[in-house]
Design a protein around this ligand. Sequence first.
Ligand SMILES: [Zn+2]
Ligand SMILES: [Zn+2]
Ligand SMILES: [Zn+2]
Ligand SMILES: [Zn+2]
Length: 377
Amino acid sequence: MRRLARWLLSGALCGGVSFGAQTQSCALCKDRGVLACRPCATKTCANDRAVLHCSIAQACDECGGVRWLECASCGAAPEIDVARRRAELASWRESTRPIDEFLGRSDLLHLDTAHFRLAFDLKRSPFKTATGPHEAAHRLLELCERSWSEFVADAGVRTEDLTGVTQLFLWGSEKDQERASSKWALERSKSVAKLMGASPVITLCHGKGRVRNESDLERELVHQLAHCLMSCAYKSVWLGGKKAGWIDEGYAHFCELRRMGSVSVWCSLSEEMLEKLEPWKFEAEVARRAAAGEVLELSALSGLDTVALSPEQRLFAWSYVDCVVRAHSGRLGALVRTLQQEKPTSEAIQTALNVSLADFQRDWATWAGATYAVRRR
Ligand SMILES: [Zn+2]
Ligand SMILES: [Zn+2]
Ligand SMILES: [Zn+2]
Ligand SMILES: [Zn+2]
């Protein structure tokens, strides 16, 4: 009846002749050929600017997450290719199935951005200000993208040289963490595990071990993301396993200190060593040791993998990276790229910073003397 009335009002009364501007014929979609999905109208994802896909948003039976439906009342060509978008979203959701299937789960939250994929399994938000796990998962990816942008700026890396997508898992149960870490990080761990290279993985359990609250979580992420991002740049070589642990752990400490104001994540140190460790204020500690003539020179750190670095060596590794990032702006990436070609640190410093290792060491002393004296933390 409605169609007949419309026909009478428009075409028929005008005798089939079109007069100037077309009259609107579909009151429902205003001739756009698409209608907003009603169940989705009142729901939006929080902090969704960077998020490309979200399994919660896609759980809508009506639209499959497209948020639009084709108008069934008229034949207007749809403004949005709803079918194509729906198929694209369904295919993304399919790509997350292997994780669900491996763990025999259907309730994990999956989200992704351009540079990260997240599988999230906390029933409560780890962030006090987030309304629930869904918002928290979005917030988590925001933190990851922030680390990504910081690495791009610190390293001066071109985005085409940083194409790896990092997979992140956040578990509430140690059992799931253990299974996921064995499967995807190739290392069984109850707390935190990571895999580095072209497709990095971080999997961690919240509420146990050293990740117990909001700031632990951010700290752990910032530290581990620094490792992952550096490892997937350029040729995707993890320098921590190629005798350049100083830049690998040094940069991770650099990111942790910059974001959190202190350092407390020490990769691959034994529990025994961790217990003995003094909570250094990094800048003050380096300044104190420099004044006492107890500098560990960069030449003495190069040639060691991350696992072989002592806490003191890590402290100075941090300071050398700090100097590269802040005093040789945008050159960290060139250094990483040269070290990935398995050149010795002395040659890499010469190539990337255009100074000899001896000159770098001398310039560092001057720079650290001036910088750490005024900003001690
Ligand atoms: Zn319509
Ligand atoms: Zn969402
Ligand atoms: Zn919907
Ligand atoms: Zn580390």
